[in-house]
Design a protein around this ligand. Structure first.
Ligand SMILES: CC(C)(COP(=O)(O)OP(=O)(O)OC[C@H]1O[C@@H](n2cnc3c(N)ncnc32)[C@H](O)[C@@H]1OP(=O)(O)O)[C@@H](O)C(=O)NCCC(=O)NCCS
Length: 246
């Protein structure tokens, strides 16, 4: 299925189609993915969501045959956590490139360039092959890639840091909570983690809701822990452990 980008009012759809509850994408002769009108229009990404998942499986099997460990697919009620693939680069750039994503994250660059996307996709593979960080694309059956969840750690460490972002058109649907919850169980059950930490800017109220819904506990606040847009950001450190999670 082809995928097209459109600038649109999120309450209306071309050809009068009703917009489903999410209000950001709908199925027609082609899958149309709405971005806010101020978003720079990227070239259409190659895959539709099902195509992306199929390509992900193919790329992942090739890596497996070549000797890298195969990154699994993790399912939730509505979402699939899958390895990032080369063909995700354009949609990754379009979603991660929104300033609102960089605004509350410590390490996502802005502006977000093509090279940032290709580097990150390769990085996710390298990290998985080293049994270090686990980085997953969050894919929705209709909308394709909607965000990223990750557990970052040095190889073999029993502690990892949880990271996540969801593309702006998909905020407020519970996707971050649903995807991160699945990744946490993977971290404890399969990566052998004992503790998982999360760091968030004090002003990031949405992320604070996500952390508490994941059962994480706020440990402390670190003043001026990170610099963002030239200003020191206070950070909250959240944590959960294997015993709390089981
Ligand atoms: C933080 C983020 C991942 C949340 O994604 P999401 O899929 O919208 O999260 P969820 O829907 O699972 O939960 C968010 C909750 O916070 C609530 N929320 C959002 N903004 C809020 C605010 N300013 N004050 C209080 N609650 C807020 C939402 O309403 C939702 O609660 P609800 O289900 O009761 O409506 C997303 O906003 C994002 O990607 N932000 C930019 C990157 C980022 O900050 N990443 C985390 C770094 S620590």
């Amino acid at each position: 299925m082809a995928v097209m980008y459109a600038f649109c009012d999120q309450k209306t759809a071309p050809s009068g189609q009703a917009v489903p509850k999410l209000g950001t994408a709908w199925q027609g002769p082609a899958q149309v993915f709405c971005l806010p009108a101020h978003t720079a229009l990227p070239a259409p990404p190659h895959p539709g969501s099902r195509t992306a998942d199929r390509v992900a499986r193919q790329e992942s099997s090739v890596l497996h045959v070549m000797g890298s460990p195969q990154q699994p697919y993790l399912q939730t009620y509505r979402l699939l956590l899958r390895p990032l693939i080369t063909a995700d680069a354009q949609i990754l750039k379009a979603l991660a490139g929104d300033r609102r994503i960089a605004d509350t994250t410590a390490s996502i660059p802005h502006p977000y360039q093509d090279e940032d996307a290709t580097w990150y996709i390769q990085h996710s593979r390298d990290q998985f092959a080293l049994d270090a960080s686990a980085i997953f694309a969050v894919a929705h059956p209709e909308h394709g890639l909607v965000g990223i969840v990750s557990l970052s750690r040095p190889t073999g460490s029993l502690q990892a840091e949880l990271g996540y972002w969801i593309g702006v058109p998909f905020w407020g649907n519970g996707f971050a909570t649903e995807a991160a919850k699945r990744l946490l169980s993977y971290g404890f059950e399969t990566m052998g983690l004992q503790t998982v930490q999360g760091r968030l800017f004090v002003r990031n109220a949405a992320s604070s809701v996500v952390m508490s819904r994941l059962g994480m506990k706020k440990q402390r606040v670190v003043h001026r822990a990170t610099e963002k847009w030239g200003t020191g950001e206070d950070e909250e450190i959240w944590q959960t452990s294997l015993c709390e999670a089981t």
